[in-house]
Design a protein around this ligand. Structure first.
Ligand code: 5RP
Length: 251
């Protein structure tokens, strides 16, 4: 699909759309929620990138005015700067009107897994401070339960004795068949280091971890854990783009 405005939802089924097209359609829809004068949380990842590009374009065209963006990662900071989006932070703007971000998993109650892109801590800080949090995904991100994709649920940990922290995390979810792995990069398998100088332990579950709030509390009680990638009860709207069209789910 050519870059441009998203298609009306009734047209989606008549075209062959790539996953990236679906991400862009969801992102453009979310940008419609933005009004001039808003303080915006700018998400991270390949879906959020489309939203940030679109915001930059609308600013340049004068269709949006007086926007202030708070990026959720160094990468998004760079992208927003290059687009001329005025930037700030939570110290100066502790209340965020609207945040738009992608997700790795969305359950039927709009709970999320985030952070496979590594930015979960700043995302949770910014999105936890916003009045409205619009999540943008293609339909591949929908799961029956958190952890249900079989892919990683990230936990940001300090570098000091990370193996000890990883084994405590794995033991916590033994009954769910949890395997904890340090996230690494490249052929040399160097540890992945977050924007905050920490490591990420990815947790893989064989079955549901049950009560998410209880799981969250247990993870956060482990000294050495900084934050986890479960975003429980935080999304106010989830926009899902699929082959059959757009679905907007509100809390
Ligand atoms: C980054 C994130 C992303 O929002 C999440 O990984 C989704 O990414 P993408 O839009 O590329 O699928 O949480 O930390």
């Amino acid at each position: 699909m050519e870059a441009g405005l998203p298609l009306p939802s009734s047209s989606l089924s008549q075209l062959i759309l790539t996953q990236d097209d679906l991400k862009k359609i969801a992102a453009y829809k979310a940008v419609e929620y933005i009004e001039s004068g808003m303080v915006l949380g700018l998400g991270t990842g390949s879906t959020a990138k489309h939203a940030v590009d679109r915001i930059g374009k609308l600013l340049r065209q004068g269709k949006l005015k007086d926007i202030v963006g708070i990026p959720t990662s160094k990468k998004t900071h760079e992208q927003a700067l290059s687009l001329g989006i005025p930037l700030s932070d939570l110290d100066s703007h502790p209340v965020v009107d609207l945040a738009i971000d992608g997700a790795d998993e969305v359950d039927p109650y709009l709970n999320l897994v985030k952070g496979r892109g590594g930015s979960l801590l700043r995302e949770k800080m910014v999105e936890g401070a916003c009045k409205k949090f619009v999540v943008i995904v293609d339909e591949s991100k929908l799961v029956n339960y958190i952890g249900g994709s079989g892919l990683a649920m990230p936990v940001e940990v300090i570098q000091f004795c990370w193996k000890f922290t990883a084994s405590r995390l794995q033991n916590l979810f033994q009954e769910s068949g949890c395997v904890a792995k340090l996230r690494t990069l490249g052929e040399k398998a160097e540890p992945y280091v977050t924007d905050n100088g920490n490591y990420i332990i990815d947790l893989y579950f064989k079955q549901s971890i049950g009560d998410l709030k209880a799981a969250s509390d247990s993870i956060l009680q482990i000294a050495g854990v900084v934050e986890h990638g479960m975003f429980i009860d935080m999304a106010t709207t989830v926009i899902v783009a699929g082959e059959l069209g757009l679905i907007v789910k509100n809390k």
